[in-house]
Ligand binder design. Structure first.
Ligand code: ADP
Length: 327
């Protein structure tokens, strides 16, 4: 089917993590060196391990002056693989420019004793992945609540010319009130808009235009690169409702084939023996169309799925999972 023919682009460079790529656990106190906005520097008391990523470890930390709690994402200052260093630089550059209620707030970054610390907003309830694993599924009202917030974050990123490219349940964190916070900008990319390119050509800041391919000039106007995030949102909604991703298989090739052919089945009932609404199924199908047909975030939140049932208020969401749980 023509609609299913999709330009397949090489996925972003894969970074394969190894245990020795992680930094050592942080000391009990970490000192941020003096800087222009903090002439006396700062001290953080480090706490428990929150999680490990490809090459980062994450601990909670308390800023001594204010007693405020943060998440400290820690990486080795000198990374063994060049690719990792690039991933981290992109992450810093892009994440530090984001400011939105549904994006993990970036506060600052500094180096102390061979490790680089990123001071982030603390998300004490883990990720959507942790929650779905614990609870096995998310109810439709909850899916409405989370999807509206994720769509808000995506709209903001896309307006700023940023494509996240790695949206998944494990990169969507939950704050103390169960609000969504999109994190991990390690694979994000900056799209140059047509306007930026025009400015570039005018000022010749970007060098000679003679070598620039026309599709680059089109990006942000007619380009559909940002539509990858809308696809991911479709997968996230399916996974929240059913507890599993739609295109599951033992091999990567088979997953890609199923995705290309949109080969997925809804379970007849969800985990509470309720029917999954037709509106939810329609929304997912809409998001998994060819890139040029995928709706933008404003259109998504207008979908009947959001008006066909209850949307909880923040105070009605299930309270804290990580803080109250024994593990
Ligand atoms: P990587 O970029 O290496 O994949 P992540 O950003 O995914 O690293 O972080 C690794 C783990 O640390 C996450 O899976 C999560 O458990 C924890 N984590 C990351 N950021 C936060 C945060 N802001 N608040 C709480 N935990 C976090």
């Amino acid at each position: 089917q023509a609609a299913h023919k999709e330009r397949t682009k090489a996925p972003p460079a894969k970074v394969s993590p190894r245990e020795k790529d992680h930094p050592p656990p942080p000391p009990a106190e970490v000192y941020e060196p003096p800087s222009s906005d903090r002439p006396n520097g700062a001290t953080y008391t480090t706490g428990k391990l929150l999680g490990k990523g490809g090459f980062a470890i994450c601990h909670d930390g308390v800023l001594a002056d204010t007693r405020e709690k943060y998440a400290l994402k820690i990486v080795k200052s000198v990374m063994p693989q060049k690719k990792m260093e690039q991933k981290f630089q992109t992450e810093l550059q892009i994440h530090s420019k984001m400011r939105h209620a549904n994006i993990v707030q970036f506060h600052r970054a500094f180096t102390y004793q061979e490790s680089t610390y990123i001071v982030l907003e603390l998300c004490p309830n883990g990720s959507l992945m942790d929650m779905v694993k614990k609870r096995r599924f998310v109810t439709e009202p909850e899916v409405r609540f989370y999807t509206i917030q994720i769509a808000g974050a995506i709209k903001y990123m896309h307006l700023k010319g940023i494509i996240h490219r790695d949206l998944k349940m494990g990169n969507i964190f939950l704050d103390k009130d169960m609000n969504v916070k999109v994190g991990d900008f390690g694979l994000a990319a900056l799209l140059m808009s047509g306007k930026d390119m025009t400015a570039c050509r005018r000022t010749t800041l970007c060098g000679t235009p003679n070598y620039i391919a026309p599709e680059i000039l089109e990006k942000g106007k007619g380009g559909h690169d940002h539509a990858v995030d809308i696809w991911s949102l479709g997968i996230i909604i399916f996974a929240m409702l059913t507890g599993r991703p739609p295109f599951q298989s033992t091999t990567q090739e088979e997953i890609y084939r199923k995705a290309r052919e949109r080969e997925y089945d809804w379970p007849s009932l969800d985990k509470t023996n309720n029917y999954i609404s037709q509106e939810a199924k329609d929304l997912v199908a809409l998001l998994l169309q060819s890139p040029e047909d995928r709706p933008d975030c404003d259109t998504i939140v207008q979908h009947p799925f959001f008006s066909s049932g209850w949307v909880p208020q923040e105070e009605e969401m299930t309270p804290s999972l990580r803080e109250n749980s024994p593990d």
